[in-house]
Design a binder for this molecule. Structure first.
Ligand SMILES: [Zn+2]
Length: 428
């Protein structure tokens, strides 16, 4: 055969093998976005370091950073060199995100307290606001009213006009389809399947992105907290329900239909206790607030507890456990054993670098005791390496709202610089 002959392939041979990635699919962000996100993550970063980190030529970095500077998204920043004697010529220059180029808000609506933050494009906190009140009617108009009032307050505190916000991230507890912006179920809404992102966007006159509490806590840890340097970690939240936010390869994992990582509804008992979702044997039917309260009313014969707010019943249960009440303690011990099953499943499935238990500390003082850890070790596949660290992080007041702001910030970044977002947003 001549060297320049065209090879013939059958139809089958022309199918190829290997993953069929979409052009510029997830993880293959355009260079301009990669450069921008690297600068934001580093705080300040020199061009030469960007080229090294991304494995591209200094010329490509210069071209991209010039474009980002022209559009006002980044700026040159003087960095002082340690031990540098004054007057030795031009100070070294790095690049930083121009903080005031954009602002976003993050809002958390829960059944007890609403919080909001405004952060700038560099991710720095500009202002925060919080309101302690119940959403009495649990209706959509109530929620819209609460979000609007909170936004007015936080914008005033930030000195940023609402119209100058690029996006709002909104967190609610419950089942949320983040991609569709739909809340299938939430304790703060009586209605089901509410297209919340669209409704709030219409009310606020701004682009809105919604997600559930566990995903936003995971995002907050990924952007601002213990998860910044970790590629794979899980956040487990226990409150009214049990939620999980899972970060895989530095990104939040949502599943194909946006319904993944519902740890609370993984089954830990065949034909077990009845769950709020209508099924039996779910993890949260053993460890969530309502499960503990249900046990308390039965085991402690607290008939008076019927009709009382859940928080009051739980406070009382904690108090009894602290005072040494055997029945109250055994309720927590049993719930802790179920929690151990749930966490062992997370370890066996995902082998994360770290598991963060997020919520009120007091709950974990009882649920996550020495017994739980021992139980957990016995349920995890034996390995030569120790268990991943499991840390309790108390809910910071603003943690969840920070996660909502990170959601908004990543959407704004994607819109400005991403592959799908086009470039409409880039001209400031
Ligand atoms: Zn369930």
């Amino acid at each position: 055969m001549r060297a320049d002959a065209v090879a013939v392939r059958s139809e089958e041979e022309r199918q190829g093998v290997g993953p069929l990635l979409r052009p510029l699919a997830e993880g293959q962000r355009p260079l301009r976005q990669q450069v921008f996100e690297r600068i934001r993550a580093a705080g300040t970063l020199a061009r030469v370091q960007i080229a090294k980190d991304l494995g591209v030529s200094p010329a490509s970095v210069t071209a991209v950073t010039s474009e980002l500077m022209e559009t006002g998204l980044i700026e040159e920043v003087a960095v002082s060199r340690d031990g540098d004697a004054a007057g030795r010529g031009r100070p070294p220059v790095a690049l930083g995100v121009r903080p005031d180029a954009r602002h976003v808000a993050g809002i958390k609506i829960s059944d007890r307290e609403h919080t909001a933050v405004v952060v700038d494009l560099a991710g720095r906190l500009v202002a925060s606001a919080s309101v302690t009140e119940r959403l009495a009617g649990r209706s959509l108009p109530d929620l819209l009213e609460a979000a609007d009032a909170l936004l007015v307050r936080v914008c005033a505190a930030a000195g940023v006009a609402r119209a100058d916000l690029s996006a709002v991230g909104l967190g609610v507890p419950g089942f949320v389809d983040a991609a569709a912006g739909v809340v299938h179920w939430s304790p703060v809404l009586r209605e089901r399947d509410v297209p919340l992102a669209a409704a709030v966007a219409e009310r606020l006159g701004l682009p809105v992105h919604v997600d559930n509490d566990a995903n936003l806590v995971a995002l907050a840890e990924l952007w601002f907290g213990a998860g910044r340097a970790l590629s794979d970690f899980a956040v487990v939240t226990i409150e009214h329900g049990v939620g999980m936010g899972l970060v895989v390869n530095h990104r939040l994992y949502r599943g194909a239909r946006g319904l993944g990582t519902e740890l609370g509804h993984t089954k830990v008992h065949l034909d077990g206790a009845l769950c709020r979702c209508g099924q039996r044997g779910c993890l949260e039917a053993y460890v969530a607030d309502y499960a503990l309260a249900r046990e308390a009313t039965t085991a402690l014969d607290w008939s008076y507890a019927d009709g009382r707010p859940m928080g009051v019943v739980l406070e009382s249960l904690f108090d009894h456990a602290k005072a040494g009440n055997g029945a109250a303690r055994s309720i927590f011990r049993r719930a802790g054993r179920y929690l151990a099953i749930g966490l062992a499943n997370v370890v066996n499935l995902f082998d994360p670098d770290l598991i963060i238990l997020s919520g009120e500390r007091m709950r974990y003082d009882y649920l996550y005791a020495a017994d739980t850890l021992a139980e957990l070790s016995s349920l995890v596949l034996p390995a030569s390496r120790p268990l991943p660290p499991i840390e309790v992080h108390a809910w910071g007041d603003l943690l969840w709202a920070h996660g909502a702001a990170a959601l908004a910030l990543s959407a704004v970044t994607e819109g400005m610089l991403g592959a799908g977002g086009g470039r409409e947003g880039i001209s400031a």
